[in-house]
Design a binder for this molecule. Structure first.
Ligand code: GLU
Length: 319
Protein backbone atom coordinates (compact mmCIF):
# COMPACT_ATOMS: atom_id res chain seq x y z
CA UNK A 1 0.00 0.00 0.00
CA UNK A 2 1.22 3.51 -0.62
CA UNK A 3 1.75 5.73 2.38
CA UNK A 4 -0.95 8.11 1.16
CA UNK A 5 -3.70 5.49 1.13
CA UNK A 6 -3.37 3.13 4.08
CA UNK A 7 -5.88 0.31 4.04
CA UNK A 8 -8.41 0.35 6.84
CA UNK A 9 -7.56 -2.15 9.57
CA UNK A 10 -9.23 -5.55 9.12
CA UNK A 11 -10.30 -4.57 5.64
CA UNK A 12 -11.23 -7.50 3.39
CA UNK A 13 -9.73 -5.38 0.64
CA UNK A 14 -6.39 -4.83 2.38
CA UNK A 15 -3.29 -6.10 0.65
CA UNK A 16 -1.42 -8.68 2.69
CA UNK A 17 1.77 -6.65 2.84
CA UNK A 18 3.36 -9.01 5.36
CA UNK A 19 3.23 -12.13 3.18
CA UNK A 20 6.12 -13.04 0.87
CA UNK A 21 5.58 -12.00 -2.76
CA UNK A 22 3.84 -14.49 -4.97
CA UNK A 23 3.32 -15.57 -8.54
CA UNK A 24 -0.04 -16.98 -9.50
CA UNK A 25 -2.16 -18.96 -11.90
CA UNK A 26 -5.78 -17.86 -12.22
CA UNK A 27 -7.91 -20.19 -14.35
CA UNK A 28 -11.61 -19.68 -15.08
CA UNK A 29 -13.38 -22.93 -14.18
CA UNK A 30 -15.46 -23.27 -17.32
CA UNK A 31 -14.00 -26.53 -18.62
CA UNK A 32 -10.98 -28.79 -18.40
CA UNK A 33 -7.50 -27.29 -18.80
CA UNK A 34 -5.96 -27.86 -22.22
CA UNK A 35 -2.36 -27.96 -23.38
CA UNK A 36 -2.25 -24.17 -23.74
CA UNK A 37 -3.62 -23.55 -20.24
CA UNK A 38 -1.30 -26.16 -18.74
CA UNK A 39 1.76 -24.70 -20.46
CA UNK A 40 0.96 -21.23 -19.11
CA UNK A 41 0.43 -22.70 -15.65
CA UNK A 42 3.83 -24.40 -15.80
CA UNK A 43 5.52 -21.15 -16.84
CA UNK A 44 3.78 -19.25 -14.03
CA UNK A 45 4.83 -21.91 -11.54
CA UNK A 46 8.44 -22.10 -12.74
CA UNK A 47 8.80 -18.29 -12.81
CA UNK A 48 7.45 -18.00 -9.27
CA UNK A 49 9.32 -20.89 -7.68
CA UNK A 50 12.64 -20.26 -9.43
CA UNK A 51 12.59 -16.69 -8.09
CA UNK A 52 11.81 -17.76 -4.51
CA UNK A 53 8.20 -16.62 -4.62
CA UNK A 54 5.14 -18.27 -3.20
CA UNK A 55 2.84 -19.75 -5.83
CA UNK A 56 -0.88 -19.15 -5.38
CA UNK A 57 -3.95 -20.20 -7.33
CA UNK A 58 -7.08 -18.21 -7.89
CA UNK A 59 -10.28 -19.75 -9.14
CA UNK A 60 -11.90 -17.03 -11.25
CA UNK A 61 -15.47 -18.16 -10.72
CA UNK A 62 -17.38 -14.89 -10.45
CA UNK A 63 -19.02 -15.57 -13.81
CA UNK A 64 -21.50 -18.00 -12.31
CA UNK A 65 -23.14 -18.80 -15.64
CA UNK A 66 -19.92 -20.18 -17.08
CA UNK A 67 -18.19 -21.52 -13.96
CA UNK A 68 -18.81 -24.63 -11.94
CA UNK A 69 -17.37 -25.96 -8.69
CA UNK A 70 -16.89 -29.32 -10.39
CA UNK A 71 -14.79 -27.77 -13.12
CA UNK A 72 -12.67 -25.93 -10.53
CA UNK A 73 -12.03 -29.20 -8.72
CA UNK A 74 -11.00 -30.94 -11.93
CA UNK A 75 -8.63 -28.09 -12.83
CA UNK A 76 -6.90 -28.29 -9.45
CA UNK A 77 -6.60 -32.08 -9.83
CA UNK A 78 -4.97 -31.63 -13.24
CA UNK A 79 -2.47 -29.06 -11.94
CA UNK A 80 -1.59 -31.41 -9.07
CA UNK A 81 -1.22 -34.32 -11.50
CA UNK A 82 1.46 -32.33 -13.34
CA UNK A 83 3.33 -31.94 -10.05
CA UNK A 84 2.50 -28.32 -9.30
CA UNK A 85 2.19 -27.40 -5.64
CA UNK A 86 0.58 -24.22 -4.39
CA UNK A 87 0.49 -22.24 -1.17
CA UNK A 88 -3.16 -21.19 -1.29
CA UNK A 89 -6.29 -21.10 -3.41
CA UNK A 90 -8.63 -18.13 -3.46
CA UNK A 91 -12.16 -18.38 -4.89
CA UNK A 92 -13.47 -15.16 -6.42
CA UNK A 93 -17.06 -16.19 -5.67
CA UNK A 94 -16.22 -15.61 -1.97
CA UNK A 95 -14.85 -12.13 -2.50
CA UNK A 96 -17.91 -9.93 -3.03
CA UNK A 97 -17.21 -7.90 0.09
CA UNK A 98 -13.65 -7.08 -0.97
CA UNK A 99 -14.79 -5.95 -4.43
CA UNK A 100 -17.51 -3.77 -2.87
CA UNK A 101 -14.94 -2.17 -0.56
CA UNK A 102 -12.58 -1.47 -3.45
CA UNK A 103 -15.41 0.03 -5.47
CA UNK A 104 -16.12 2.36 -2.56
CA UNK A 105 -12.55 3.68 -2.79
CA UNK A 106 -12.65 4.31 -6.54
CA UNK A 107 -14.06 7.32 -8.39
CA UNK A 108 -17.00 5.87 -10.31
CA UNK A 109 -20.39 6.62 -11.83
CA UNK A 110 -23.48 4.78 -13.00
CA UNK A 111 -23.85 4.06 -16.69
CA UNK A 112 -27.29 3.59 -18.23
CA UNK A 113 -26.15 2.88 -21.78
CA UNK A 114 -27.23 -0.22 -23.61
CA UNK A 115 -24.75 -2.04 -25.80
CA UNK A 116 -26.50 -0.44 -28.78
CA UNK A 117 -26.13 3.09 -27.33
CA UNK A 118 -22.39 2.52 -27.00
CA UNK A 119 -22.04 1.10 -30.50
CA UNK A 120 -23.87 4.08 -31.98
CA UNK A 121 -21.81 6.61 -30.05
CA UNK A 122 -18.68 4.82 -31.21
CA UNK A 123 -19.58 5.58 -34.83
CA UNK A 124 -19.13 9.30 -34.18
CA UNK A 125 -16.07 10.92 -35.79
CA UNK A 126 -12.92 10.69 -33.64
CA UNK A 127 -14.36 7.86 -31.55
CA UNK A 128 -11.71 5.32 -30.61
CA UNK A 129 -12.93 1.80 -31.42
CA UNK A 130 -13.99 -0.10 -28.34
CA UNK A 131 -13.53 2.86 -26.04
CA UNK A 132 -16.45 4.04 -23.92
CA UNK A 133 -17.37 7.50 -25.24
CA UNK A 134 -18.25 8.85 -21.79
CA UNK A 135 -21.97 9.34 -22.48
CA UNK A 136 -23.01 9.01 -18.82
CA UNK A 137 -19.95 10.65 -17.26
CA UNK A 138 -21.27 14.17 -16.78
CA UNK A 139 -25.02 13.67 -16.37
CA UNK A 140 -26.78 15.92 -13.88
CA UNK A 141 -28.34 14.43 -10.76
CA UNK A 142 -31.80 14.97 -12.25
CA UNK A 143 -30.86 13.26 -15.51
CA UNK A 144 -29.46 10.32 -13.54
CA UNK A 145 -32.64 10.01 -11.55
CA UNK A 146 -34.71 9.92 -14.72
CA UNK A 147 -32.45 7.36 -16.41
CA UNK A 148 -32.38 5.16 -13.31
CA UNK A 149 -36.17 5.18 -13.14
CA UNK A 150 -36.44 4.38 -16.84
CA UNK A 151 -34.08 1.44 -16.43
CA UNK A 152 -35.86 0.19 -13.30
CA UNK A 153 -39.13 0.24 -15.23
CA UNK A 154 -37.55 -2.13 -17.73
CA UNK A 155 -36.32 -4.39 -14.89
CA UNK A 156 -32.70 -3.38 -15.33
CA UNK A 157 -29.93 -2.03 -13.11
CA UNK A 158 -27.19 0.35 -14.31
CA UNK A 159 -23.57 -0.64 -14.78
CA UNK A 160 -20.85 1.11 -12.77
CA UNK A 161 -17.84 2.61 -14.52
CA UNK A 162 -14.52 3.90 -13.33
CA UNK A 163 -14.14 7.67 -13.64
CA UNK A 164 -10.66 7.31 -15.11
CA UNK A 165 -8.24 10.19 -14.66
CA UNK A 166 -5.89 8.97 -17.40
CA UNK A 167 -6.19 8.27 -21.12
CA UNK A 168 -3.37 5.75 -21.25
CA UNK A 169 -1.05 3.85 -18.96
CA UNK A 170 2.22 1.95 -19.43
CA UNK A 171 3.32 -1.34 -17.97
CA UNK A 172 6.55 -3.30 -18.12
CA UNK A 173 6.30 -6.76 -19.54
CA UNK A 174 9.28 -9.07 -19.36
CA UNK A 175 8.75 -10.23 -22.96
CA UNK A 176 6.96 -7.31 -24.64
CA UNK A 177 9.01 -4.60 -22.90
CA UNK A 178 7.30 -1.27 -22.21
CA UNK A 179 3.68 -1.57 -23.31
CA UNK A 180 1.28 1.37 -23.40
CA UNK A 181 -2.47 0.93 -23.72
CA UNK A 182 -5.57 3.06 -23.58
CA UNK A 183 -7.46 3.57 -20.38
CA UNK A 184 -11.12 4.55 -20.55
CA UNK A 185 -14.02 4.59 -18.13
CA UNK A 186 -14.15 0.81 -18.09
CA UNK A 187 -16.83 -1.20 -16.30
CA UNK A 188 -16.28 -2.14 -12.66
CA UNK A 189 -19.66 -3.77 -12.12
CA UNK A 190 -21.89 -4.93 -14.91
CA UNK A 191 -25.53 -3.91 -15.07
CA UNK A 192 -28.33 -5.66 -16.86
CA UNK A 193 -31.58 -7.42 -16.38
CA UNK A 194 -32.29 -7.92 -12.68
CA UNK A 195 -33.80 -11.33 -13.38
CA UNK A 196 -30.58 -12.45 -15.08
CA UNK A 197 -28.10 -11.09 -12.55
CA UNK A 198 -26.15 -13.78 -10.67
CA UNK A 199 -27.96 -14.83 -7.51
CA UNK A 200 -24.73 -14.81 -5.53
CA UNK A 201 -24.32 -11.04 -5.70
CA UNK A 202 -23.39 -8.17 -7.98
CA UNK A 203 -21.84 -8.89 -11.34
CA UNK A 204 -18.27 -7.69 -10.74
CA UNK A 205 -16.04 -7.06 -13.72
CA UNK A 206 -12.94 -9.18 -14.27
CA UNK A 207 -10.70 -6.08 -14.36
CA UNK A 208 -11.70 -5.06 -10.84
CA UNK A 209 -11.62 -8.54 -9.33
CA UNK A 210 -8.21 -9.43 -10.75
CA UNK A 211 -6.58 -6.27 -9.36
CA UNK A 212 -8.13 -6.55 -5.90
CA UNK A 213 -7.24 -10.22 -5.64
CA UNK A 214 -3.69 -9.94 -6.94
CA UNK A 215 -3.01 -7.33 -4.24
CA UNK A 216 -4.77 -9.42 -1.57
CA UNK A 217 -2.74 -12.51 -2.47
CA UNK A 218 0.54 -10.58 -2.47
CA UNK A 219 1.06 -11.18 -6.20
CA UNK A 220 3.92 -9.12 -7.63
CA UNK A 221 4.48 -11.29 -10.71
CA UNK A 222 1.62 -11.88 -13.17
CA UNK A 223 2.34 -14.63 -15.69
CA UNK A 224 -0.50 -15.36 -18.13
CA UNK A 225 -1.36 -15.75 -21.83
CA UNK A 226 -0.44 -12.89 -24.14
CA UNK A 227 -4.08 -12.48 -25.16
CA UNK A 228 -4.37 -10.51 -21.90
CA UNK A 229 -1.50 -8.10 -22.58
CA UNK A 230 -3.94 -5.43 -23.80
CA UNK A 231 -5.83 -5.52 -20.47
CA UNK A 232 -2.67 -4.98 -18.40
CA UNK A 233 -2.54 -1.15 -18.69
CA UNK A 234 -6.10 -0.80 -17.38
CA UNK A 235 -5.43 -3.20 -14.53
CA UNK A 236 -2.13 -1.55 -13.63
CA UNK A 237 -3.84 1.85 -13.69
CA UNK A 238 -6.59 0.55 -11.39
CA UNK A 239 -3.98 -0.91 -9.02
CA UNK A 240 -2.21 2.44 -8.86
CA UNK A 241 -5.47 4.29 -8.13
CA UNK A 242 -6.18 1.83 -5.29
CA UNK A 243 -2.67 2.39 -3.94
CA UNK A 244 -1.54 -1.16 -4.72
CA UNK A 245 1.91 -1.93 -6.11
CA UNK A 246 1.83 -2.69 -9.83
CA UNK A 247 3.05 -6.24 -10.51
CA UNK A 248 5.67 -7.30 -13.02
CA UNK A 249 3.94 -8.74 -16.09
CA UNK A 250 5.03 -11.74 -18.16
CA UNK A 251 2.62 -12.34 -21.04
CA UNK A 252 3.44 -15.71 -22.55
CA UNK A 253 2.82 -16.63 -26.21
CA UNK A 254 -0.15 -18.94 -26.60
CA UNK A 255 -0.29 -22.47 -27.93
CA UNK A 256 -1.82 -22.52 -31.42
CA UNK A 257 -3.58 -25.21 -33.41
CA UNK A 258 -2.36 -26.48 -36.80
CA UNK A 259 -4.20 -23.59 -38.50
CA UNK A 260 -2.25 -21.05 -36.45
CA UNK A 261 -5.25 -20.09 -34.32
CA UNK A 262 -5.26 -20.12 -30.53
CA UNK A 263 -5.81 -23.69 -29.32
CA UNK A 264 -9.29 -24.45 -28.00
CA UNK A 265 -11.29 -27.43 -26.89
CA UNK A 266 -12.75 -27.69 -30.37
CA UNK A 267 -9.34 -28.83 -31.59
CA UNK A 268 -9.90 -32.41 -30.43
CA UNK A 269 -7.78 -34.22 -27.88
CA UNK A 270 -6.23 -31.24 -26.14
CA UNK A 271 -7.12 -31.48 -22.44
CA UNK A 272 -4.98 -33.38 -19.98
CA UNK A 273 -7.91 -35.69 -19.31
CA UNK A 274 -8.33 -36.49 -22.99
CA UNK A 275 -4.60 -36.99 -23.48
CA UNK A 276 -4.41 -39.29 -20.46
CA UNK A 277 -6.61 -41.79 -22.27
CA UNK A 278 -3.72 -42.58 -24.60
CA UNK A 279 -0.63 -41.16 -22.85
CA UNK A 280 0.90 -41.06 -19.38
CA UNK A 281 1.03 -37.81 -17.43
CA UNK A 282 4.83 -38.05 -17.68
CA UNK A 283 4.57 -37.97 -21.48
CA UNK A 284 2.30 -34.94 -21.41
CA UNK A 285 4.68 -33.24 -18.97
CA UNK A 286 7.68 -34.03 -21.18
CA UNK A 287 5.88 -32.52 -24.17
CA UNK A 288 5.05 -29.33 -22.24
CA UNK A 289 8.60 -29.03 -20.90
CA UNK A 290 10.05 -29.56 -24.39
CA UNK A 291 7.76 -26.82 -25.71
CA UNK A 292 9.48 -24.58 -23.16
CA UNK A 293 12.93 -25.66 -24.31
CA UNK A 294 13.47 -27.91 -21.28
CA UNK A 295 14.39 -31.57 -20.90
CA UNK A 296 12.89 -31.67 -17.40
CA UNK A 297 11.01 -34.85 -16.50
CA UNK A 298 9.09 -33.45 -13.58
CA UNK A 299 7.95 -30.16 -12.12
CA UNK A 300 10.69 -29.61 -9.54
CA UNK A 301 13.35 -30.31 -12.13
CA UNK A 302 11.76 -27.68 -14.38
CA UNK A 303 12.18 -25.12 -11.60
CA UNK A 304 15.78 -26.10 -10.95
CA UNK A 305 16.75 -25.83 -14.61
CA UNK A 306 14.47 -22.91 -15.50
CA UNK A 307 15.90 -20.66 -18.23
CA UNK A 308 14.37 -18.04 -20.49
CA UNK A 309 10.72 -18.09 -21.49
CA UNK A 310 10.33 -18.91 -25.20
CA UNK A 311 9.08 -15.89 -27.14
CA UNK A 312 7.47 -17.71 -30.04
CA UNK A 313 4.05 -19.37 -29.95
CA UNK A 314 4.09 -23.16 -30.28
CA UNK A 315 1.83 -25.20 -32.51
CA UNK A 316 0.14 -28.25 -31.01
CA UNK A 317 -0.75 -30.92 -33.50
CA UNK A 318 -1.20 -33.78 -31.07
CA UNK A 319 1.17 -35.86 -28.95
N1 GLU B 1 -9.11 -16.19 -15.64
C1 GLU B 1 -8.44 -15.71 -16.82
C2 GLU B 1 -8.42 -16.82 -17.84
O1 GLU B 1 -8.52 -17.98 -17.49
C3 GLU B 1 -7.02 -15.29 -16.55
C4 GLU B 1 -6.96 -14.01 -15.86
C5 GLU B 1 -5.55 -13.58 -15.48
O2 GLU B 1 -4.62 -14.40 -15.48
O3 GLU B 1 -5.40 -12.40 -15.16
O4 GLU B 1 -8.28 -16.53 -19.02
Amino acid sequence: MSASQPAPANSADAALADTAPAGRYAPSPSGDLHVGNLRTALVAWACARSSGRRFVLRVEDIDTQRSSAESAERQLEDLAALGLEWDEVLYQSQRHEAYAQALGRLPHYECYCSRRDIQEAARAPHAIPGQYPGTCRELSAAAREAKRAELAQAGRVPAIRLRAQAREFSVRDRLAGEYTGEVDDFILRRGGNVAQLPEAGPDWAYNLAVVVDDAFQGVDQVVRGDDLLSSAPRQAFLASVLGYPVPEYVHVPLVLNAAGVRLSKRDGAVTLRQLRQTHSVAEVFAYLAASLGSQAREAQELVETWGAIPREPVVFGGL
